[in-house]
Ligand binder design. Structure first.
Ligand SMILES: [Cu+2]
Length: 178
């Protein structure tokens, strides 16, 4: 039974009780005295019924509360932001994204980032020290590797290739967190 129906029943019961009280008020005193015994019984019945109804509705509200608590607990944890994906390729000694060499990766603080990296020439990886982010080292034709991380501080951070002297040879770019 829904709580709506339960509350309707309680309202109806209270309404009937009020009508009874009004009736009693306007009854002639003599009739009242004659039926005193009966009225006393009626009063006891009404009190018992009300008590039962109160338990009935109290149970209802408790159930609703626990249902609400369950809803909160089972709600999926939403990520603070969507994953932002950047697709980079590497060669001797450069990074490229969308046809641009040494591309700037510009993101916002709190962003979840996914960098997909493929080598088209030589042995390379993608590393950002400040976020402990690093892909595997891959050769050309070894397919794509990736790294996912969250940027929790603002600034300009250098990403680079950690293979040999590639970083010194200019295989670098900037990750800018705003
Ligand atoms: Cu490299």
């Amino acid at each position: 039974m829904t709580c709506f129906i339960k509350s309707r029943i309680l309202k109806l019961a209270l309404y009937v009780l009020k009508l009874n009280q009004l009736k009693m008020k306007f009854k002639k005193r003599t009739r009242y005295l004659l039926h005193l015994g009966g009225i006393k019984m009626k009063k006891i019945q009404i009190i018992i019924s009300l008590f039962a109804l109160m338990i009935f509705v109290a149970g209802c509200s408790t159930q609703t509360q626990s249902e609400q608590t369950n809803n909160v607990e089972s709600m999926p944890v939403e990520p603070s932001s969507e994953m932002k994906t950047f697709v980079l390729t590497g060669g001797d000694y450069w990074f490229e994204m969308n046809g641009q060499k040494a591309p700037e990766i510009r993101v916002k603080i709190g962003d979840k980032i996914r960098v997909e990296f493929t080598s088209t020439q030589g042995f390379h990886d993608f590393v950002v020290d400040e976020f402990n982010a690093a892909t595997q080292k891959v050769r050309e034709n070894e397919g794509m590797t990736f790294v996912e991380f969250t940027v929790d501080k603002t600034g300009t951070f250098e990403y680079y290739c950690s293979v040999g002297q590639h970083r010194a040879n200019g295989m670098v770019g900037n990750l800018i967190v705003e």
